[in-house]
Design a protein around this ligand. Sequence first.
Ligand code: PMP
Length: 362
Amino acid sequence: MSMEQRVQSWIRPEIQALSAYHVPDASELVKLDAMENPYTWPQDLRREWLKRLSHVDVNRYPDPRAKDLAGELRLAMQVPGEMAVLLGNGSDEIIQMLALAVSGQGRSILSVEPGFVMYSMIATWCGMDYHGVPLRGEDFSLDMPALRLAIGKHQPALIFLACPNNPTGNLFADEEIVEVLEMAPGLVVVDEAYAPFTDHSFMSRLGRFDNLLVMRTVSKLGLAGLRLGMLAGPQAWLDEIDKVRMPYNINVLTQETARFALEHHQVLDEQTRAIRRDRQKMFESLQGMQGITAYPSQANFILARTAPGRAQALFEHLLNNGVLVKKLHGSHPLLEDCLRFTVGRPEENRQLLELLEGFGHG
Ligand code: PMP
């Protein structure tokens, strides 16, 4: 048997059918594709941080529960006192823990489409079925009749609702999320990855529903390189999910750096305010542009639609001129002709907008 045959016979067919999570090479490009905070730290803060790291020992394993960091995050993210928190190596790892903890014969994950790709990908990794319920085409709001039907039929173990949603940028109506919580047979995770860019949150509702968990990440607020996510919710759920957590999943450098960053949160807060302000500017400029439809966003990116059939050409035009954005065209029927622009630094946004102005939108 050749190695290829051996690979084919042992790797599960559904894994062979997947494409690995693709991250394009962005070197030398203005990077507006991945919802990162574009700002680095001021030099003095950087020096202080390196001094702080010089006291960190790497010969021992990290604090297995990252107690100090968890306590500080709980305060920073306003987790209600009686709720538990669990940390992950990015919220991606938390999605995986949740799926692992509920997976099994006939178990499924349900979310909305277009949505965050990792929900379905991780469902597949864990041998679970995935059901993606389409959003309403006009405004990407929840399609409640379709959701009621799908939840009733599939009885999902786990429902993910990202709010604001990626890649559409909108919030879902509170009362509709509440209805999902009330009809769900299992867990509902409100994924608040983009919480820094909106005043809206379900965090304060924790405890009012015994199946609600709220997930956060530090990635979008300026610490994507650390890989740190947080799940908040009732102790009874989190105690079980904690059993499938990798030992020492939050490394010492992440623990120390995240604590340092939280102590200096004013720097990140200021950057977040700038991103929110520049999102508004970018949105207004896009709205005034011929051949582009921009969708209102509560996140640090804006979804935009080109004239029919022009998304690929626009993507290439931007790329050839040094600007990398996310091409969504072709990924879902509701995202025909769509691109997603992460809000960058003012000069990067200006470069993007000038290139958009200079493009023959057709
Ligand atoms: N949830 C949503 C809705 C996201 O868009 C992302 C990142 N693209 C994540 C979770 C993952 O975040 P993290 O970097 O914490 O793994």
